[in-house]
Design a binder for this molecule. Structure first.
Ligand SMILES: *[C@@H]1O[C@H](CO)[C@@H](O)[C@H](O)[C@H]1NC(C)=O
Ligand SMILES: *[C@@H]1O[C@H](CO)[C@@H](O)[C@H](O)[C@H]1NC(C)=O
Length: 442
């Protein structure tokens, strides 16, 4: 009996040992495996790219923090996508390396990392505006590698293709041919990195259903009127319609990530930007919301956009502008010129009068207390303060003209360190010469 237990024990121990051995071998094999992301440089970039109908290229710099964070995710995605049918190729170029600078220039790279989707052997290039983690990268690129617009044939297609938290553009056509359909395809191809497109011959399947008369573009959105139909099939008119219809009357900034793409859109408009901040957990939210929305509706198309922010989610913004939480509710306007206007301890009844004074030009601009040193930002970029992935950030131009995206922390020390690390070593300009450039439209 004792010996049987003993033998059993030995078998157990040896199988554990064997398992450990196997595990260590497989870990070793994993480490030894080649990278799935192709490394390209000036010598082989063109040859590689011309061979592919679809290839994704990351332009990076070895010192860039966001690039280092992206690298393992990008590699994981490359592994998954290499098994896709047909395989999707992910590549990278060290754009900080002198001989590769021409490539970065050609593709108008203005910060790191920048990912470009190249089609038709590199004849067309499109900015990657997708997520930065592996699963998200895979899903986004699978969609980008497929047709620009997916056909909607059934209720199942509607639920699998249309995400109710996002904007979706559907073309409704009696038949999938003819001038209007061709224009729609051009449009979908042009805007595919920013919007999802579908087409159908059965309008009844769509959210908000109904019948449409002839070819129609329906834009579905998770805010305001929820959908808009449009029938002018000029490509530029269609594009303008989509861009304008995608901006909510009031953009909401809070902790809900599904709102963040709209915050991004808000900052990309050339309009003046009004931002009202208050604590969303407090009771008076609805009163502010409705008064603010009335004003925003009244000023639609008048060169000003509106954001409502939760002060709980906006600590960075407050720090950035030198505002204090005890000044909330507050409203803040930033003009394209950089001029700012502020009203603190706002009441719902103040909103309309204050905005009217602003529109009349009778408000005095506000001079902020300075949280960030002069040599780091001569500009103000509110996007920088919003913690939303994929935002354009502060850019620095070194004395020799290199453009670098600032991806460090928010404190004075972080920014000074970034400048010390990234100014041109050969010419040793003072940090003052490394003048920042504003980049608020990507
Ligand atoms: C391109 O050239 C670089 C440098 O010689 C090399 O490391 C890289 O593997 C090459 N890439 C391809 C796809 O041939
Ligand atoms: C917001 O209000 C809640 C509830 O009154 C409170 O607990 C929280 O501290 C407030 N947050 C801020 C940033 O003022």
């Amino acid at each position: 009996m004792a010996s049987r237990v003993c033998v059993g024990f030995l078998v157990l121990v040896s199988s554990i040992l064997l398992l450990l051995l196997l595990l260590s071998v497989s870990v070793y094999a994993d480490e030894g495996e080649h990278e799935h992301v192709l490394t390209l440089d000036h010598s082989n970039f063109s040859d590689t790219v011309t061979k592919h109908d679809f290839i994704v290229v990351e332009f990076y710099a070895p010192w860039c923090g966001h690039c280092k964070k992206l690298a393992p995710e990008y590699e994981k995605a490359a592994l998954v996508l290499s098994r896709h049918d047909p395989p999707v190729i992910l590549a990278k170029v060290d754009a900080s390396d002198e001989p590769n600078r021409e490539l970065a220039k050609k593709f108008e790279i203005q910060g790191f990392p920048t990912i470009k989707i190249l089609r038709n052997g590199g004849k067309s290039a499109q900015e990657y505006n997708g997520p930065r983690e592996a699963d998200g990268i895979v899903a986004y690129l699978k969609k980008q590698a497929g047709p620009a617009s997916a056909e909607i044939k059934s209720a199942e297609d509607v639920s699998s293709l249309i995400d109710e938290t996002r904007i979706f553009v559907v073309g409704v056509f009696p038949k999938f041919s003819g001038e209007e359909f061709e224009k729609f395809k051009v449009l979908a191809e042009k805007l595919r990195s920013d919007y999802d497109f579908g087409h159908t011959s059965n309008a009844k399947l769509l959210p908000h259903g109904g019948s449409v008369n002839g070819p129609t573009i329906r834009l579905l959105k998770p805010f305001d009127e929820l959908f808009i139909d449009f029938q002018d099939f000029d490509v530029d008119a269609l594009e303008k319609f989509i861009v304008e219809a995608s901006v909510p009357i009031v953009t909401v900034y809070d902790k809900d990530p599904s709102n963040h793409p709209f915050v991004n859109t808000f900052f990309n408009t050339p309009n003046a930007k009004a931002m009202l901040f208050l604590n969303f957990s407090e009771e008076h939210l609805d009163a502010f919301k409705s008064k603010y929305k009335d004003v925003a509706t009244a000023y639609k198309g008048k060169g000003i956009s509106f954001l409502l922010g939760d002060s709980e989610a906006s600590q960075n913004v407050f720090q950035y502008f030198g505002l204090k939480e005890d000044q909330t509710p507050l409203i803040f306007i930033q003009k394209k010129s950089g001029q700012k206007y502020l009203k603190t301890n706002l009441k719902p009844g103040h909103i309309a009068t204050w905005l009217k004074e602003y529109m009349d030009g009778s408000l005095k601009p506000f001079v902020r207390s300075e949280p960030i040193p002069d040599d780091a930002t001569a500009n103000d970029l509110p996007t920088e303060a919003f913690d939303v992935q994929g935002f354009p950030t502060i850019y620095f131009r070194s004395a020799s003209g290199n453009l670098l995206k600032y991806d460090g922390g928010r404190t004075k020390e972080d920014i000074i360190e970034f400048i010390q690390n990234n100014r041109d070593k050969s010419t040793q300009p003072s940090p003052v010469e490394s003048s920042p450039v504003k980049k608020d439209e990507l």
